[in-house]
Design a protein around this ligand. Structure first.
Ligand code: PMP
Length: 419
């Protein structure tokens, strides 16, 4: 059998099993372009759609149960129904929505964030990680009086801040971007020295870009050179804030995803001297609006999560489970696949190493990804089409063992095609 035929066979099984998802896609396509309002969720021949979630599981429209290893691209860290978070949301709803005024929750969540992250002396909330990055960049440009921003090929910092192809996408906001090579210590040092950069924006581990960690040397060089150049160092930790903290402390840090318990959220924070530009009591302050920046549902869910659920031990346990799973998956891969990442975040790559998203596309690698994706679905496991996993707290070692067993079975079935 050829790789193409194996993919076609896996897709035929998928289509036969999911007629309700196919019907949903047809109906949606009449009123949404391509039936879609969130591009990342689309895949051919039609995307899987879900009716409900509970704990570590999702149920498709066709009634099949999937173990959720995607964890909503890291936002689903608590799973789908953590009781303490649902209780906090219910209790917020009972006190009414959208006050159009301040509430007591803003300071409570801000205290929890500033206590958790060394980089945050002061913090502000947004509705998404994208917005948090936009506001952090605006702050850096304003503070330095400069325009250029260094980002890295393969990085994703939001829908309008995407560099996955190695360059700005047509919907990327028109900042004066300078593109560097991720983890290239000397090349990046030279770029910083020859430019007058307002900001350097990066993830300590490329998330969407392939779960590729930056070396300690790279982060230390960025800290040293940014300080010397008067450039604002911004860590986008929308995905990585759940991982063990790195030694380097940035000037600004952006977060989001799970930090509001699974509700919509983003935040940016950092050194008080910088963040004070957003103090509305200051003459000439930067304006940062957002009707839902202090919405009581996100704030309540976030507080319950950080205060009552996500203890240091719980987070360390989750990351240790991820490390064990990654080892097991690499053993199961027999060198035909490679699993990269850190702690509870990982990506399965076709071939012997991790590929940065900005590397030239390769048809064979794409086919292998599709094969593994549909074969995992067939065995009841939900992951991103790019084969990224983000573990959630309700997952246990037993589910991780099942997942590793499923990958081993896929490798055994298709060994000749993967080699
Ligand atoms: N930064 C990173 C590193 C992300 O992974 C994402 C989302 N995947 C974002 C920013 C954007 O966050 P949001 O989708 O909440 O706008």
């Amino acid at each position: 059998m050829t790789l193409e035929a194996a993919v076609a066979d896996a897709i035929a099984r998928y289509a036969a099993r999911n007629p309700a998802s196919a019907r949903r896609a047809e109906r949606a396509a009449r009123v949404l372009p391509g039936g879609n309002t969130r591009s990342i969720l689309h895949f051919d021949p039609f995307p899987l759609a879900f009716a409900r979630g509970e704990g570590r599981y999702l149920w498709s429209l066709d009634g099949d149960r999937y173990t959720d290893f995607l964890g909503e691209f890291t936002a689903g860290l608590y799973g789908h129904s953590e009781p303490r978070i649902l209780d906090a949301i219910r209790s917020a709803l009972e006190r009414g929505l959208s006050y159009g005024g301040h509430n007591e929750l803003e300071a409570q969540l801000a205290e929890l964030l500033c206590a958790r992250f060394d980089a945050m002396e002061l913090v502000r909330f947004t509705n998404s990680g994208t917005e948090a990055n936009l506001m952090a960049l605006a702050l850096a440009l304003h503070h330095t009086g400069r325009r250029e921003v260094l980002v890295f090929k393969g990085a994703y910092h939001g829908g309008v801040l995407a560099f996955g192809s190695g360059e700005p996408s047509p919907v990327t906001v028109p900042h004066a971007w300078v593109l560097g090579d991720y983890d290239d210590v000397e090349g990046t040092r030279a770029l910083i020295r020859e430019r007058r950069l307002a900001a350097i924006l990066l993830e300590p581990m490329l998330g969407s870009g392939g779960c590729i960690e930056a070396s300690d040397a790279f982060l230390a060089m960025l800290r040293e050179e940014a300080t010397a150049a008067g450039t604002v160092l911004v860590f986008d930790e929308v995905m990585t804030s759940r991982l063990p903290r790195r030694a380097v402390v940035p000037d600004l840090m952006t977060v989001g995803k799970y930090l509001a318990g699974g509700m919509s959220f983003g935040a940016f924070g950092g050194r008080a001297e910088l963040m004070s530009h957003y103090d509305p009591g200051r003459p000439g302050a930067l304006f940062h609006a957002g009707t839902f920046n202090n919405n009581v549902v996100s704030l309540s869910a976030g507080i319950a999560g950080l205060r009552d659920v996500l203890t240091d031990e719980a987070l360390a346990g989750l990351n240790a489970r991820g490390d064990r799973l990654r080892d097991a998956l690499n053993r199961a891969s027999e060198g035909l696949l490679h699993v990269s990442g850190s702690g509870s975040l990982m990506t399965i790559h076709p071939g012997p190493r991790a590929y940065n998203a900005s590397e030239p596309p390769d048809a064979r690698r794409e086919l292998v990804k599709r094969l593994v994706f549909f074969e995992l679905l067939d065995r009841g496991h939900w992951v991103a089409t790019r084969l990224m996993l983000a573990l959630s707290l309700p997952l246990t070692d037993a589910q991780c063992d099942e997942f590793a067993g499923a990958l081993a079975a896929i490798v055994a079935r298709h060994r000749a095609l993967l080699a």
